[in-house]
Design a protein around this ligand. Structure first.
Ligand code: NAD
Length: 280
């Protein structure tokens, strides 16, 4: 890929460019797994707003409806595809097509994931495999597909993995051994791939969200009740330096920064978006 003098020339150009131009994605195809809902959908929405052509991958048929809604809202090219991230050959095909199509950069966001709770007595092989197979192995399949396709097509790429504060410590409440293991793995994978792929013009970063208000988390713990303040989100918020849970858009804004040329010198980082929860 680019030599050090070429990279320095890019850096001097970025240093002179208006900041807003560095966070545009007009020359980018972005693939977002788990894009039908929640955090993936939030990230896809911001990328589309900033000019990317976006491909949403999900096992939920709602993915086509989400794509149509985002296309309409942003006047952008957004396509929804029924793809299971546990099927590596399908991800490889999507990545090859996206790398061939993008004018310059491929952004790949691994946001598909599940977070069921099982205390150890209920954590059988199937429960372990379901979480590790999707949250860790699915993210690996996506990262590998994007990196190899971009390298083969001679395109730049940025991979964004979505971990969790459970990638730094155990989940709260207990019952997330499989999830915390998978998310610790995602963070290790991010750093290892960043080191290997940097010379190829491929950056790999990770975001570790705290409690994010999504339909799935609300169905697990109940909705936020701002008046009573006794629900899961309100209780957790009192442990956070910034006393509110996150929205998918909090994660999306961080993802857009990491995927953009504003972050051209950043790879291998794990960025918490958690209202400061990990400091406590
Ligand atoms: N919500 C939170 O508080 C929170 C906190 C930390 C980390 N996370 C992580 O963020 C990611 C997204 O979480 P969310 O809360 O937005 O969840 P969500 O359930 O709202 O969205 C996840 C999406 O992934 C899709 N999906 C599930 N299995 C899939 C598969 N095999 N192939 C393709 N798509 C699949 C689902 O259909 C869904 O649309 C997960 O990795 C989760 O671990 C969430």
């Amino acid at each position: 890929m680019k030599t050090t003098p070429e990279l320095m020339a890019d850096s001097y150009a970025y240093a002179e460019a208006p900041f807003a131009s560095l966070v545009r994605f007009d020359d980018t195809v972005a693939v977002v797994t788990g894009g039908a809902a929640g955090i993936g959908r939030g990230i896809a929405s911001r990328l589309a707003e900033l000019g990317a052509a976006v491909v949403l991958l999900d096992v939920d048929p709602q993915v086509t409806g989400t794509a149509a809604e985002l296309a309409e809202r942003h006047g952008a090219e957004v396509e929804g595809r029924l793809v299971d991230v546990r099927r590596s050959a399908d991800l490889d095909a999507v990545a090859r097509a996206a790398a061939a199509r993008t004018p310059r950069k491929l952004v790949w966001v691994n946001a598909a994931g599940i977070y069921p709770s099982h205390l150890l007595g209920d954590l059988g092989d199937a429960e372990w495999d379901a979480v590790v197979g999707l949250d860790l192995t699915g993210s690996f399949y996506g990262s590998r597909a994007a990196a190899l396709a971009a390298r083969e097509a001679g395109r730049e790429a940025v991979v964004i993995n979505i971990s969790s504060v459970a990638g730094f410590r155990t989940g709260r409440p207990p019952g997330l051994t499989h999830y915390a293991s998978a998310k610790h793995g995602v963070q290790g994978m991010t750093k290892a791939l960043a080191a290997e792929l940097g010379p190829d013009g491929i950056r790999v970063n990770c975001i570790a969200p705290g409690a994010v208000v999504t339909d799935t988390l609300e169905s697990k713990f109940g909705s936020m009740d701002l008046e009573a303040g006794t629900d899961y989100f309100s209780t957790r918020a009192q442990e956070m330096p910034i006393r509110r849970p996150s929205l998918p858009d909090d994660v999306a804004r961080a993802a857009c920064f990491l995927a953009s040329d504003a972050a051209a010198n950043i790879t291998g980082v794990i960025l918490p978006v958690d209202a400061g929860h990990l400091t406590t």
